[in-house]
Design a binder for this molecule. Structure first.
Ligand code: B1M
Length: 207
């Protein structure tokens, strides 16, 4: 039994096996980040490569995503265990035009796990909604996720809207096509390549 079994089950769109193997690895004491990175996340990278190569299509990507989400659900209580007092408020969402939510959900869970109050606006979120919610919740940070190069401009318009509203709320961005250079270019307050890095970043920003 290894995280390779989880990887294989995601690639095979076999949700029941993903759930069973994830639980088994967890019960067997495997490190959560190994289950996440070597099992679930690398399987989605493989799915992405096969999609790029024309070997898989959107329905298969969706089935793989569903299988991965089922595994994430098992890990969630362990990613977000045990903190009580909020360290700050984070409004998070995937930007306008973008429906990818697995990475965003992971960031959201890990922020909760680190003790932040997280308001998750879901996917395809308009700039105005980020700004409005952040104002209502007196948010410390707005966290934007994008997986498509075509939706990265929505990050820019959201960062711009936050500045134009005169808010002190900090903005951070992330997602596969996003880079530190892009964050600098659009004036975001931070960028992280992964979920644990996003948590570190928010901790620094609210300190
Ligand atoms: Co989409 N898709 N997809 N897709 N999809 C990609 C992103 C793609 C790279 C696949 C490919 O071509 N190789 C490609 C984008 C190309 C590009 O723009 N450069 C692509 C495409 C083209 C599309 C469609 C246009 C396909 C079509 O319809 N022709 C379409 C667009 C729909 C839309 O959004 N409007 C589409 C649709 C879909 C599905 C709906 C089928 C499904 C999404 C299901 C869902 O999310 N509920 C899907 C999937 C599953 C993928 C891949 C295979 C996997 C994404 C994923 O969940 N990865 C993806 C290929 C890939 O990325 N390898 C692909 C696992 C996840 C944990 O990683 O989200 O990167 P990720 O999150 C990481 C980091 O990026 C970071 O932390 C996480 C790890 O710790 N991170 C942050 C993410 N957000 C962050 C925010 C932060 C900080 C870090 O701070 C705020």
């Amino acid at each position: 039994m290894t995280t390779q079994d989880i990887f294989n089950a995601v690639i095979a769109f076999d949700e029941a096996t993903v759930v069973a193997k994830t639980q088994a690895e967890l019960d067997g004491g495997t490190d959560i980040s190994a289950i996440l990175n070597d099992g679930l996340i690398s399987a989605m990278d493989e799915v992405g490569e096969r999609f790029s190569a024309g070997e898989l299509f959107v329905p298969e990507m969706l089935m793989a995503a569903q299988a991965m989400k089922a595994g994430l659900k098992i890990l969630k209580p362990h990613l977000s265990a045990g903190q009580s007092k909020s360290k700050g408020v984070v409004v998070i969402g995937t930007v306008k035009g973008d429906l990818h939510d697995i990475g965003k959900n992971l960031v959201s869970m890990m922020m909760e796990g680190a003790g932040f109050e997280v308001v998750d606006l879901g996917v395809d979120v308009e700039s105005e909604k980020f700004v409005r919610t952040a104002a209502e919740k007196s948010a410390d940070v707005i966290a934007l996720s994008a997986l498509l190069t075509t939706t990265m401009p929505s990050m820019e318009s959201t960062v711009k809207a936050v500045k134009e509203a005169g808010m002190t709320t900090r903005t951070i961005i992330g997602g596969a096509p996003v880079t530190q250079a892009f964050a600098d270019q659009i004036g975001a307050d931070g960028y992280s390549a992964d979920a644990p890095g996003a948590v570190k970043l928010v901790k620094q920003l609210v300190a």
